[in-house]
Design a protein around this ligand. Sequence first.
Ligand SMILES: Cc1cc2nc3c(=O)[nH]c(=O)nc-3n(C[C@H](O)[C@H](O)[C@H](O)COP(=O)(O)OP(=O)(O)OC[C@H]3O[C@@H](n4cnc5c(N)ncnc54)[C@H](O)[C@@H]3O)c2cc1C
Length: 314
Amino acid sequence: MATRKRVTILGSGPAGYTAAIYAAMAGLEPLLIHGPSTGGQLMLTTTVENFPGFANGIMGPDLMEETRKQAERLGTEFLQDLAESVDLSAQPFLVKTASQEILTDSLIIATGASAKQLGLASEKSLIGRGVSYCATCDGFFFKDKIVYVVGGGDSAMEEATVLAARAKTVTIIHRGDSFKASQRMIDKAKREPKISFSLNSVVEDILDAGKGEVTGIKVKDLKTGDVQELPADGVFIAIGHQPNTELFKEQLELTESGYIMTDGVKTSVAGVFAAGDVMDERYKQAIVAAGNGSSAALEARWFLSEKDAESSAS
Ligand SMILES: Cc1cc2nc3c(=O)[nH]c(=O)nc-3n(C[C@H](O)[C@H](O)[C@H](O)COP(=O)(O)OP(=O)(O)OC[C@H]3O[C@@H](n4cnc5c(N)ncnc54)[C@H](O)[C@@H]3O)c2cc1C
């Protein structure tokens, strides 16, 4: 038999946990479904320096564990599972996981977006140890350091420009013979003397997984086939993000790049709200996701009170 909930939250990143805190404080006894990565993207990083309230920074996993405990203390119920399907065509909405069916009066989607990876084993083991997917988050750690940005679009140009403010040198590595970025962004990067460009090149390996820190990269020139080993302190991967919206494709309006389309945090279906990286193509920051989470829970509360008022009037 299906469980009935007032608010169900999909995702346990900053957006999901914050939505849970607000919904729990409003007495809505939310159910939060963790999804495939409990704690979300910040579990992959080391120190978070830009989340307000921590004078000395805080480790990403510690921040998420504290936020989870806060949501739990206030009355959130957790389900260690992932939503396998949703039916948003009628109210209450139906969420199916491997273990449960949940009928819910409102739904908050906070399933995030995943940074695309190069797929190197060394990349994976050096995340947070010199490999990063976010210059705004981690550029701070690379003052006077040698860094590389991988990618050829606007985000690669933007990451390089952000990094150039602190790093010693920034080299953009791109596999193509021209950039996909807009001319405006390319020109902006070209005006920065610390930034140089390496076209027709791919990163074959990131060194040194054995030491647990980035010390260099192996770059292959696609025209000559030559492989060079270069010193490096940081490698920023900027080859795009994949929003986790597969489940909602036929049910909610999505943007061209697959993010949930919203008006504020309201989706195209009344009673369904979206928060964080799953709807935010632009900022992709933990504090923004948390802010969206609080807005989504407030909207869910208002939606439910209006619904209650309508049904008691009829
Ligand atoms: C390595 C790294 C370092 C970063 N450092 C910083 C930093 O220093 N400062 C900063 O502000 N930002 C940082 N960011 C960005 C920040 O982590 C994200 O902006 C933020 O985590 C987005 O929060 P979110 O809750 O929207 O999504 P996420 O954190 O991506 O969480 C998504 C959640 O959805 C769940 N989920 C997915 N599919 C399903 C499903 N089918 N059913 C149920 N749940 C599902 C996942 O399990 C996960 O819990 C960093 C990102 C990375 C990758």
